[in-house]
Each structure stands twice: as C-alpha cells, then as structure tokens.
Design a protein around this ligand. Sequence first.
Ligand SMILES: NC(=O)c1ccc[n+]([C@@H]2O[C@H](COP(=O)([O-])OP(=O)(O)OC[C@H]3O[C@@H](n4cnc5c(N)ncnc54)[C@H](OP(=O)(O)O)[C@@H]3O)[C@@H](O)[C@H]2O)c1
Length: 234
Amino acid sequence: MGDRPYILLSCSMSLDGYLDSASEGRLLLSNEADFDRVDEVRSQCDAILVGAATVRNDNPALLVRSEQRRQRRIDEGRPVTPAKVTLTSGGDLSRRARFFTTGDGERFVYAPTLTAERLEPRLGAVATVVDRGDRVRMCEVAEDLHARGIRRLMVEGGGKVHTQFLTEGLVDELHLVVAPFFVGDSRARRFVSDGRFPWGADRRATLVEARPIGDVVLMRYALSGRFEDEPTSG
Ligand SMILES: NC(=O)c1ccc[n+]([C@@H]2O[C@H](COP(=O)([O-])OP(=O)(O)OC[C@H]3O[C@@H](n4cnc5c(N)ncnc54)[C@H](OP(=O)(O)O)[C@@H]3O)[C@@H](O)[C@H]2O)c1
C-alpha cells in the first residue's frame, strides 16, 4: 500500500449506538462545547470526508467556524478551511448542497467510472470528480488524497463510510462521542454496520482518553502505531 494521510474518524452517537433518527434531517447528538471541540479538530485537518448520504441528509457545510482558528490556518499558510471529500456510486448529489456552495477550499467527489462520467458535466465546475474505475476503495481514496497533498484526513460519517474505513484498518485515531439519550428505532443508521473489524475481544483497541464534555462523553482510541497524542481541546 502507498502512503496515506493520518486518518482520524470522528463521530457522535446515541446511548444505543445510532448516528441519527429514522426521519429526514440532522439529529443533534452533541452539545455546543463539543461542537467547538470538533471545530478545533477540523481546523487541524487538511480534508474532511463524508459519504454522499450524509451530504444529502444533513447538508453539512464542513467549514471551520471559529474566526480565530480560520486566522490561524491563514497564518500557517494553509487554506482557510479544509478540503471537502465525498464518495458516491449512484451520483445523486446536488450542486446546490452546502458541500459545494460554501467555503472556498478544494472539493473532491470520488466515483466509479460510469458515475464519474455523468457527474463531470454537472459538478466539474464546483469539484474535482475523481474516476476510481470499477469501484471506490477507501485505501485508494486515502492514497489518492495523499498524492494530492492531504496529510491529515478527518472522516465524519456516516455509518457506511465508517464501516469501510474501520474494517479496512485505515483509521489511526477514533473520536467517539456518546450523547445521553436513546434513539430506539432500528430504521436509524448505526455508528457502523456488520463487518470484520480488526479489533475484537481478542484484540482490544487502546483507549487513550475518556473526557466528559457537559452532558456528553468523548472517548479517544489509538487504532494504529501512527497515533499522535496531540491536544484536541479548543
Ligand atoms: N452522528 C454523527 O456524527 C453523524 C455524522 C455523519 C453522518 N451522520 C448520519 O449518518 C447518516 C448517513 O449514514 P449512511 O451510512 O446512510 O451513509 P454515508 O456513510 O454518509 O454515505 C453512504 C453513501 O456514500 C456513498 N459511498 C459509500 N461508500 C462508497 C463506495 N465505496 N463507493 C462509492 N460510493 C460510496 C454512497 O453514495 P450513493 O448513495 O450516492 O451511491 C453511499 O450510499 C445520515 O443520516 C447522517 O445524519 C451522523
């Protein structure tokens, strides 16, 4: 395998392990203090990756919100906000989504050939459409992003994307926030779906921190030898 960025997977879930509710629109699992912590983590990354279903359902802007953090990035000679990355096989992505309309950083859409050919005329003006051949594989996305200068990648959902990055053993650091309520509806999306994960009862992941943040708790895990123990509080 070629070089890949340092990969940090960040997500918040309910007490029963759900990422959202079964209804449309975004479910707020975290609190303001934790959103601010996530903003700091984002500000330290070169790119943020989400699945196309998250773009469609949550319509996230994926920007660094704090003016001070934006200024710090400028002072460091970096783009004001990280690049944005998504993946699709069906190609159902609107160019009016905030993923494409907000911020001035680079945007990448990874897709298999037939979808990439369809998307290029529609999204080519607002994003780099990357043709990944017969199938989009997370290890190849990571290698391609590294070749484009991305050294620190933040993966921010949803469940299908988490599952692929985790089962392929690509994640160096996991930030898991648990919100103090239940969703209680199995139609909602879980943190991950079924899969063969490198960490099981006989190979436990390394917990490096558990921190209450108001009414939620953050758990940080080192998932690879590349784990970098950097401060993540704002
Ligand atoms: N709590 C949190 O921290 C958090 C964070 C993010 C998202 N969420 C929630 O998670 C939910 C979405 O999760 P999800 O699991 O349904 O979807 P997802 O992981 O966001 O996106 C899945 C979609 O990404 C594309 N994709 C994924 N892997 C691909 C591959 N290998 N090749 C090509 N395309 C690929 C496909 O898009 P196409 O369908 O276009 O082919 C697929 O349907 C949303 O409702 C959102 O609210 C929660």
